[in-house]
Structures are given as structure tokens and as C-alpha cells.
Write a protein that binds this ligand. Sequence first.
Ligand code: G1P
Ligand code: ZN
Length: 554
Amino acid sequence: MTTSSSDSPAATVITVAMAQPFTDQKPGTSGLRKSSRQFQTPHYLESFVEASLRVVPGVQGGTLVVGGDGRYGNLAAIQTIARMAAAHGVARLITTTGGILSTPAASHLIRTHQAVGGIILSASHNPGGLEGDFGVKINGANGGPAPESITDAIYQATLSLDSYRTLQADPLPLDQPARLQMGAMAVEVIDGVSDYAALMQKLFDFDRLAALLKGDFRVAFDAMHAVTGPYATSIFEQLLGAPSGTVRHGLPLEDFGGGHPDPNLTYAHDLAALMLEGEAYDFGAACDGDGDRNMILGRHCFVNPSDSLAVLTANATLAPGYAQGLAGVARSMPTSAAADVVAKSLGLPCFETPTGWKFFGNLLDAGRITLCGEESFGTGSNHIREKDGLWAVLFWLQILAVRGCSVADVMADHWRRYGRHYYSRHDYEAIESEAAHGLYGRVKGMLPALVGERFAGRAIATADDFAYTDPVDGSVTQGQGLRLLLDDGSRMVLRLSGTGTQGATLRVYLESYVPPSGALAQDPQVALADLINAIDALAEIKLRTGMAQPTVIT
Ligand code: G1P
Ligand code: ZN
């Protein structure tokens, strides 16, 4: 409903009044992730965008990047955001053909165009389509997820919102690159793939990679019908000359073909079966909905993401972009300490941050680290301020091309040198929220009394709720996960997911270290069996969730 209007040269700015304030934004999160149906509620998307445009510094007269992972709602949201950006005085809007823009490519565009920020349309690895999820993420001028100061201000702004401003204007044609105008705002529709591919060419040796991929080294890349399809096809099949068909499920679809675009052993099972049981391929990889996660597989070999970070750290100088060495490395707390061992041997600083990419941003901006990663299939570097799926895949291919060996050889060699961190994450998804919080609260209450107790034949050295003091700005973040550290270096962590949209998800992280002289080739579920049983007994996981098995085992 229009309550007031004011003319601008080419179009009319209107103010739309809303009957109710918006209450769905969670404080401390850099976006809004909900069911696609929820996003159909009148003024829903607009409310969050209005709050964001009011809060992000420099919007008036600035440059804004917008695009998404191609899921249901992507194109309509770009049109809505474009009209609202014009009404808020954005001088230049950068978007992409078909609205297709991966999260890492968006981060790069924000940085190269000195934008004030970006609005990325994605619910990451959550399913899409009308029955799936949709999301909006706000990134800041450094290209990373907006910092807490901004997200808290957005949250505050949503609480008192009673109207939003938009422009009455025709939809933008996004089918091909173009320079357009919407009211007083310039709009550049660019090919979102080429800038990103050019960045990768600076970091990796494309001649060497082409020689590998044109030879008899066979690669299977699964884009999961999500955003990386066009990027991977351009990079692997066109620029590097890999055979056509190297990229599977390469066409972005609004519902990801009905799949769950999360590259893990459960949701990328076709690729996992191809690599773990078949003989035809030397290297397999997959990325998630918005292209920031990666899974790496070799023939009969799964690379745990924590190990992947350690391998990239140990071999970084084999890539031209990192030939000068690394400033440091960071991992999230639940990620295994495999990277710590490499960092120590290389004399590099190593940081342990809470889960989530935003904590790496400060360290990257301050030049304290070059590489960072999470156990949740996220790896990245200072080239952008998001994790980057295809970057990790290219990095692995670079290492294999230079070393001339298989993925399994790289892993075996790594463990012989540094020892092995047996690691697994057990996810219990969509648990009834009360049961999950009850379980978590109970263990949290038990922590002080657990120190010194026996656990799976060892003693508990530390039992705490992880808190992080940012070494750059001194800010303190509390309540980041319940840790049990045993006297032999084994670790168990319990966390409740912050990204699920149905009920609650409990994540149990298990880790135990075996030095180079120990048993290095066991199945992690076997190596960790005593910890798995002991944590179940302590936390009453099966009893309280009513689930006999985790939903996902990584
Ligand atoms: C999950 C991952 C976390 C990652 C986040 C966004 O969050 O565990 O590492 O940063 O997705 O990709 P969670 O659902 O555990 O809160
Ligand atoms: Zn993602």
C-alpha cells in the first residue's frame, strides 16, 4: 500500500507501509534463512532488505553487488532488491547474467569494485525450490559476512520498521551482459564467471593444470545442479580442456534437481560411490548450493576437510599464489588440530576461532593468516573473504599436478609425516528443539564436575564452553560449543547448529590423534568407537533424541 511518493527523474520512489513490525531476524546472524514459503509472505524479503539498506554504511551513492545461487526466488529477489536499492540512492548496482553469482565470486566482486557491500541470495547447502529454503546474506565492504556491529544494527532496525522504500520500475533484463539504468541508479549486468576465473588464473598454474586434465588423469566434479556448474564448466572444461562431462549436474536448477546441495558423503552419495567404489576416476569433488563448500575425494579415498586444510597448509608453496609462504593459518574450534601440527612444524602462527567464517575475516584483514578452514567442508584464503569451493578443488589439483601422485598417496605421506587426527562429525538433524536444548543444557551444567573424571579410559583435562577473544579487536564471543579435552589430546565437542531451519541439529565432533609411529590406516569410525560410545553414554544422545543413528556421519 502506497502512503507517499516523490518523483525522481526517471521513476517514482514509493514508501510502502507495513501493518506489523518484522520479528524474524535473529540477532548476531549475517543473514536471514527461512523456508521459501515464508519468503512469499508479503513484505518479508523487503523488510530485511530495508533494514539492511538503512544500516550498511555508504549505501547512498555507493556500489552494491547482488546475485545468488539460482535457487527458487533468486531472480524475483534480485528485481525487488534492485528497485529498493535505487530508492535508497545506490549509485551503481552490479549483478550478473541470470542472477547467477556464487558466494566466493560475490566476495571477489565486492572487493574489486570497491562496493559498500553485497546482498547474496542463498540458503547455502539447504535444499531449494518452493518446498525448500531461501536466504539473504549481507556482506560488508571487505567482501566477507557483515560483522556483528552491522548485523546487530540490522536486527535493531527490523524491530521498529513500519515501512520500506522502493521504486516503481520495470524489471531489469538479466539475460545478457548490459549497462542499464533504473531511475538514477546505474546497473551493470556482468558475466559473473569470467572475473572469478581470472582470479583463479592468478593463484594457480593453469598450464600445469591443463596438462594434468588433458592427460589420462580423470576428474569428476559434481556441481549438484547448483551455482558452481557454470564456473566449473568454464574453468575445467573450457579453460583447462578437461573432457566434456567432467562437470556433472552442471545446470543450476531452482530446486537443485530435488537434491540437497551439501557436498558430504550422505548428500553427494552418487559422487562418493563413484570415487570410493569405482575405478574410473582419479579425483572427485563437489561444491554446495552457493559454491563456498568443497568435498575432495580420490580413488577409494575421502579427504576429511580438517585434513584438507592441513594438506593445503603443508603444500601451499606449490601454488604460484602462495609460493612466498603463509602468514599463518586458522581453523574453527571443532575442526581437528591437523593444521596445528603442520603450522607448528612450519613455525606458523595458528588460530582457533568459533564456528563461522566471519571470525576469519579479522585475521585475514589484519594479515595474520593466509589460509583458513572449517571441518564443515569450508576452506579459503586471503584471496577473498568467504570460503571458496572451487578454489580448494583447484588447489588440490595443483598439488597433485606438481607432486605427480594420487590423493591417497598425498594423505598417506601426510600422516606418515605429521601423524593422523582421526576425526568424525555426527549430526542429529531436525530433533525436537526442546529435546536438543535439554540435552545440551544438561551437559553444560555437568562440565565443571567433569574435569579430572575418567572418560573412555583417559582423564578429562578440560571441560568448558568455548569462548574466543579476537586477537585483532579484542572482542569476546562466548558460548561457542561444549568441549571435553582428554589428557591424550583427544577432543569431543557438542554444538547446536545455527543454520538449520527445521527443529534443532546437534553436532557431535570427535577427534583423536595418533603420532607418525601409530596405526594410521584405520576406519575413523573404528578408531573413534570408544569416544563415540562414551559421549553417547555421558550426553544420553540416543535416549534424548530418540534417534538410533546420526542423520549424517562425516
Ligand atoms: C554450519 C557449519 C559451519 C559453517 C556454517 C555456514 O554451521 O557447521 O562450520 O560456518 O554452516 O556454512 P552450523 O549449522 O553448524 O551452525
Ligand atoms: Zn554454502
